[in-house]
Design a protein around this ligand. Structure first.
Ligand code: F6R
Length: 609
């Protein structure tokens, strides 16, 4: 959350900074700002609103500078307005800072600084950083930054420019990602790779506590306490094409359409038909620990938590290992009972979600083995887990997660197959599962070929309804939760996901002729029970939109609308049933004229508590 970009080098900084902000806008988009070092001052422009507003505001200014920083904000402290937008400066406008994270002790620091005579402009926590550096500056900027860092409690990734050191930018991180790209005669520092890859594929990931001093041709990194460090330069294989919309109206739609491809990437090289088993090299050193685990705890937030719930059902039924699923934000503040033999699996698309990361650290503090299921290669969670599995979904830019969810479910399908085979399934049973898994990408593609027109019609019919209910049972209960979340976050329509049978314990009171109820009613082991739940809705005049299994012509009799998905094994159905719900949410939001990729109040990758 919040996008940071800094540039130093031979070219005019304005283009890489503004281009970088556009690419980072999915991380936050309520205000934006830029600071450029000029001959004898710092040029500063900040606006409430999108990057586009900032771009327009400076387009006609003859700006020339080789050093600058810029920011697109997702507000935590202080409303989104011009003043609270970053960069923030010290009293004399000699130091400018962009910051991502939360400074938990900012009130104490602000009091301390105000007593010393510092004048604050904004309501943000971030503004204490330039004032602290100003307070401690004594001719050595790095020393002042180091001292400022030692006073800050909380999380930060920040980048500063200063008139006192016009040949440098300084960057530091603690809990909030920063990556530095090394070009020819230039460096770009940013909160993620999206702002960097059109310039270079050589990158350095800063670690917590690092402070980097960057000139146009040199990089020096100090650990906060440990003196000089020699950071590794890594080559990334992310391409520009992967982070562009390529003709789709929104990133979310593009990512929905990419799902068959990403599933092929998730399973590639990981299925061994002969032995009827999955191969997961990333966790090969922990396979026996997992097989013998007396309990697995899956930890995640949001959509990844829904994938974790599906993982729970899969691992319990295929491998018979007890599984619990925890929200990162709850787990980190409980007193979790972790015994020897308990394994934690953290699930995160971004690998940077603050609560999941804190839960990971808490689990490790208790001595647990922690494995990861991540999308972003090199992310904090990927680095801090003992071992892990990448889902290979490629960059996910749409704020509402779709393809990463798909990759996470497929990863759990592979993991449960592996553990199931090691504990109780026969080779033939394993092979049946492999056959079913291998069909899924084509089944999904066939749905993508034929579903959109039907879903668009439904979306037009229901776009103005104010409430929705989503029901499912077994493996499809988390799908109902996810369908409701997708609708809420991008269309702002209130939606509840519920286990179908629980409806009669409360939510049934909501049902009347104005309530659309999306029910996942596939031909699985509990089909008849779901049909009874549908009857209960119909008896109260609710409108039923069902997702059913192809060939189930009976279903039409019980419901108002039906969307069919191909048949598969019970535990793999979520990989198919989620697709119509993603499309329904997408088209409803689009018909409502909303900015699907940048829903209000949200940002991709929640790196604050
Ligand atoms: C919803 C969504 C969020 C994320 C959640 C966790 O569409 O994207 O609910 O799933 O913020 O993010 P990650 O998976 O990056 O840890």
């Amino acid at each position: 959350m919040c996008g940071i970009v800094g540039y130093i080098g031979k070219n005019n900084a304005v283009k890489p900074l503004i281009d970088g902000l556009y690419r980072l806008e999915y991380r936050g988009y309520d205000s934006a700002g830029i600071a450029l070092l000029t001959q004898d001052n710092i040029f500063l422009k900040k606006v409430a609103g999108r990057v586009n507003e900032l771009d327009k505001a400076i387009r006609n200014e003859p700006l020339q500078s080789h050093i600058g920083i810029a920011h697109t904000r997702w507000a935590t402290h202080g409303v989104p307005n011009d003043i609270n937008a970053h960069p923030h400066t010290d009293c004399k406008n000699q130091i400018a800072v962009v910051h991502n994270g939360i400074i938990e002790n900012f009130r104490t620091l602000k009091q301390f600084l105000v007593k010393k005579g510092h004048k604050f402009q904004s309501e943000t926590d971030s503004e204490v950083i330039p004032h602290l550096i100003e307070e401690f500056y004594d001719g050595d900027l790095m020393a002042a930054v180091r001292k400022a860092c030692s006073y800050i409690k909380g999380t930060y990734g920040f980048v500063i420019i200063s008139l006192a050191s016009p040949g440098y930018i300084i960057a530091s991180r603690m809990g909030s990602p920063l990556v530095i790209g090394r070009g020819k005669g230039e460096y770009i520092v940013a909160s993620d790779l999206a702002a960097i890859i059109s310039y270079t594929n050589e990158v350095i990931y800063l670690k917590d506590g690092d402070i980097a001093e960057i000139s146009s041709d040199h990089l020096r990194v100090e650990g906060c306490e440990s003196g000089m460090v020699f950071p590794e330069i890594e080559k990334v294989n992310l391409t520009l094409e992967q982070i562009e919309r390529r003709g789709y109206k929104h990133f979310m739609l593009k990512e929905i359409y990419e799902q068959p491809i990403i599933l092929r990437d998730t399973i590639r090289g990981r299925l061994n038909y002969e032995d009827g088993i999955a191969r997961l090299n990333g966790i090969s050193n922990y396979i026996e620990d997992l097989r013998d685990a007396d309990r697995i705890i899956i930890i995640a937030c949001g959509t990844s938590w829904h994938a974790g719930l599906i993982g729970e059902y899969m691992i319990e039924s295929l491998a018979e290992i007890p599984v619990e699923v925890e929200y990162g934000s709850e787990f980190r503040y409980r007193r979790p009972v972790l015994k020897k033999g308990t394994i934690c699996i953290v699930v995160s698309q971004s690998g940077e979600t603050a609560d999941t990361l804190a839960a990971l650290r808490e689990a490790k503090r208790h001595g647990a083995t922690v494995l990861g299921i991540c999308n972003v290669v090199g992310s904090s969670i990927a680095r801090e887990t003992d071992a892990g599995i990448y889902i290979h979904a490629g960059p996910e830019i749409g704020v509402a997660s779709t393809k990463a969810f798909m990759g996470q479910i497929m990863t759990f399908a592979l993991l449960s197959l592996l553990l199931g085979r090691l504990r109780r399934l026969s080779v033939d049973e394993g092979r049946d599962i492999i056959n079913a898994i291998e069909k899924i990408p084509d089944q999904l593609q066939s749905l993508l070929d034929k579903l959109p027109d039907k879903i668009k019609k439904l979306a037009r019919t229901f776009k103005d309804h104010r409430n929705f209910l989503y029901l499912g049972r077994g493996y499809n209960f988390p799908v109902a939760l996810e369908g409701a979340l997708k609708l809420k976050e991008i269309s702002y329509i209130h939606a509840e996901g519920y286990p179908a049978a629980e409806m009669k314990h409360g939510p049934i009171a909501l049902i009347d002729k104005n309530m659309p109820v999306v029910v996942i009613a596939i031909k699985d082991a509990i089909y008849d029970k779901v049909i009874s739940n549908i009857e209960e809705i119909r008896a109260r005049q609710g409108i039923v939109i069902a997702v059913g299994s192809e060939g189930d012509t009976q279903l039409k009799k019980y419901v108002d609308y039906v969307i069919y998905v191909p048949e598969t094994m019970d535990h793999l159905y979520p990989l198919l049933t989620i697709l119509p719900l993603q499309l329904l949410a997408y088209y409803i939001a689009d018909y409502r004229g909303l900015d699907v990729d940048k829903p209000r109040n949200l940002a991709k990758s929640v790196t604050v508590e």
